[in-house]
Ligand binder design. Structure first.
Ligand SMILES: [Zn+2]
Ligand SMILES: [Zn+2]
Length: 255
């Protein structure tokens, strides 16, 4: 199969023929339909991850179709269209038993612990614990991004912060995780406020339904002590995907 590899960190990757992967006993092989490019891929390519051995194939945000499965896989079959979280948990260790598979001691990550999805096919381990079926109606570009940025935001807002309808959500940094947080917050009925240092990012946040946006001043030294020259301003909520789409109306007595 063809894959994108780099032989040294921070060097130009090349497309080459490599051996096709085989499934682990609890894993599957997925023919990649779409793969995302993430800041984490840049960290891996730059040599910031001790777990990567060279040469390496990056890529962890993907959607595709199962073409082979290990003998112990029960919940998925060849032909299923699936996606995966960034962190694939083992499903058997104490962390997994406590519902914290994101810190599983035996976790695997395509594109980090083994070759990833910048290839025609990718191996995904512990399929029954991690994979999610993706309906044919869901756009592959959207589906490929669910397991990284959306799953990260969902864990933070739903499981940790327990965000409720009617509460306010301030998102600082409107990249992939931030925009996902805004959309999840809106689906929960929270009022989204977007903060970034990039007007383009704020425009995007407003398009996705942030009710207010604010451009904080550039902070090259890490400090934000100066007052912002561009204070918060109303956003332009989209009628199709507003962050506050299901927010109930405020009582008449509210200020
Ligand atoms: Zn990612
Ligand atoms: Zn585990």
């Amino acid at each position: 199969m063809r894959a994108v590899l780099f032989d040294e960190f921070s060097t130009r990757p090349t497309v080459r023929e490599v051996p096709a992967p085989v499934p682990s006993p609890r894993g599957v092989i997925v023919r990649v339909e779409t793969t995302g490019l993430c800041r984490s891929d840049v960290h891996g390519w730059s040599g910031h991850d001790d777990g990567i051995t060279l040469p390496h194939v990056p890529g962890h945000e993907l959607v595709g179709t199962i073409t082979a499965r290990g003998a112990e896989v029960r919940r998925f079959s060849v032909g299923d269209r699936v996606t995966t979280p960034f962190v694939c948990a083992c499903g058997r260790c104490p962390e997994c038993a406590s519902g914290n598979g994101q810190v599983c001691r035996n976790q695997t990550q395509p594109g980090f612990t083994h070759w990833g999805s910048f290839a025609e096919s990718v191996a995904l381990h512990d399929a029954d614990t991690n994979l999610v079926v993706v309906p044919a109606s869901l756009d592959s570009g959207a589906a490929a991004l669910l397991g990284c940025r959306f799953a990260t935001s969902y864990r933070g807002l739903v499981h940790q912060a327990r965000l409720q309808s009617g509460e306010s959500l301030v998102v600082v940094g409107c990249g992939g995780v931030g925009l996902s947080a805004g959309m999840i917050g809106g689906a929960l009925g929270a009022e989204g406020v977007a903060v970034d240092i990039d007007d383009d990012a704020l425009t995007r946040a407003a398009r996705f339904g942030a009710v207010r946006t604010g451009n904080s001043p550039g902070c090259p030294g890490g400090g934000c002590s100066r007052p912002s020259p561009r204070p918060c301003r109303p956003g332009s909520p989209s009628p199709s995907t507003p962050w506050g789409v299901r927010r109930p109306p405020r009582p008449a007595s509210s200020p």
